[in-house]
Ligand binder design. Sequence first.
Ligand SMILES: Cc1cc2nc3c(=O)[nH]c(=O)nc-3n(C[C@H](O)[C@H](O)[C@H](O)COP(=O)(O)OP(=O)(O)OC[C@H]3O[C@@H](n4cnc5c(N)ncnc54)[C@H](O)[C@@H]3O)c2cc1C
Ligand SMILES: NC(=O)c1ccc[n+]([C@@H]2O[C@H](COP(=O)([O-])OP(=O)(O)OC[C@H]3O[C@@H](n4cnc5c(N)ncnc54)[C@H](O)[C@@H]3O)[C@@H](O)[C@H]2O)c1
Length: 472
Amino acid sequence: MEDIKCDLLVIGAGSGGLSVAAGASQMGASVVLLEGHEMGGDCLNFGCVPSKALIASAKAAHSQQTSGQYGVADQVPQVDYAAAKAHVKDVIAQIAPVDSQERFEGFGVRVIREYGVFVSPRVVEAGEHRITARRVIVATGSSPLVPPIPGLESVPFLTNETLFDLTETPEHLLIIGGGPIGMEMAQAHQRLGIRTTVVEGAKALGRDDPEMAAIVLENLRAEGVEIAEDAMAKSISGEAGQIAVETQDGRSFTGSHLLVAVGRKANVERLNLDAAGIETTKTGIKVDSTLKTTNRRVYAIGDVAGGAQFTHVAGYQAGVIIRSALFGLPAKARTDHIPYATYTDPELAQIGPTEAEARAIYGDKLTVARFEIDHNDRLIAERKAKGLIKAMVVKGRPVGVSIAGPQAGELINLWALVIANKLKMGAVAGMVSPYPTVGEINKRAAGAYFSPQLFDNPKVKRVVGFVQRWLP
Ligand SMILES: Cc1cc2nc3c(=O)[nH]c(=O)nc-3n(C[C@H](O)[C@H](O)[C@H](O)COP(=O)(O)OP(=O)(O)OC[C@H]3O[C@@H](n4cnc5c(N)ncnc54)[C@H](O)[C@@H]3O)c2cc1C
Ligand SMILES: NC(=O)c1ccc[n+]([C@@H]2O[C@H](COP(=O)([O-])OP(=O)(O)OC[C@H]3O[C@@H](n4cnc5c(N)ncnc54)[C@H](O)[C@@H]3O)[C@@H](O)[C@H]2O)c1
């Protein structure tokens, strides 16, 4: 057993752990990084990157099928599913060097490719190494939740960890779960020519504003994705190539392949957290607003910390704890300025509370400004003008924004800046956007906030009338 002492021990080389290790080592801390599986974690290997690469294949196929509207004859795309998966692997390989062991060793990080296990509040063992660190950061991520649905264990099924390795073309993909994974993968497969059915126990995209989700779901259904809602999977039967999902209300759905996408579970089992006095909750490791666990020398960040499960959240939290662990400065993690997007077509993006959530919090103080994306000239030119933006505004400041439409994930960036810096709607209204851009949507939403105050205001009309009488 080799004994190692260091300033920071980071457990998990995914989005959160790598950000801490890169930042802390380059600022002069001695850092040990443990990774039991693939460098890069879920995002690079089984999550964001492969899913967005497959969505790109699907978009290419869809463009061929829909080019007739631009005067360029439609064609039936010749999809090679295995080649699309080869493209996915190639994209992962292009990004992998950024997350590689070699790159981190170049920063001076000691990378150990083993799973870490706490043996005491300050000591972690990993293979033949015993590490004592001033501070420990648990960034072990999450894994697909496999629900205890009777029969699931007796049929072959896919999760996000195996889907991107599948090269045989499914004839009919059944997906249990209509969250972001289910809906992104449903549309991607449908566009690649694969019949797709989503079996959702409650409402598809149910975490989003229902009015915004409906815009996305309508388009997915129009493209042929079958979406069954209020369809809680109760039992599963069949065999490879012929799998049936029965729902609680007696419906039955059959497909050739099954993808299970019903949420995540935090990766805590291997850690032996009891030995370190670290408590957990139902969703992950218990942390306070500074991301400290119940062991004050140990932080938890990213998916394992049980909050919003996104790569940019893990990255943001990494910055917060570097401030506190390296410089001893107080640093609290905010959540009000965190955006997220679902990369269906159209996309769905959110920051802060939805309209219903904002009404519950702010009551009469809330104003909701809306702009129909159908009136954006650039999107009209591209025949993609469908969608909606809503800004939830309190005392002139946006607290939340919802966007359903093309490039919603890009458009929400501006609001992330505005909300992070507590800017007012006037800052967005006063900005000049180049014409014709999709980004004008944001300015139009701000305009929609001010127009009742300017155009439906008798006082303004009286003042203008008065001034006009006296102006030379
Ligand atoms: C299909 C899919 C698509 C997604 N798309 C997006 C997206 O578009 N945008 C977005 O923001 N988010 C997306 N996410 C979520 C995103 O992938 C996660 O939020 C992010 O990866 C979390 O980072 P993390 O550092 O917490 O964990 P991870 O990236 O999962 O890294 C944790 C690492 O810890 C390792 N580990 C676990 N236990 C131990 C141990 N005991 N010792 C050592 N190592 C250990 C694991 O092997 C893993 O490599 C997606 C997720 C999925 C599944
Ligand atoms: N674009 C992105 O940023 C992106 C993309 C994919 C995943 N993610 C992250 O990964 C997380 C996990 O995604 P997810 O889609 O697996 O989970 P999710 O929890 O968001 O959605 C799971 C869905 O499965 C349904 N469900 C649960 N049990 C069921 C059953 N027995 N039968 C039928 N339906 C059932 C739930 O009602 C829910 O709608 C997301 O919350 C997100 O944080 C992000």
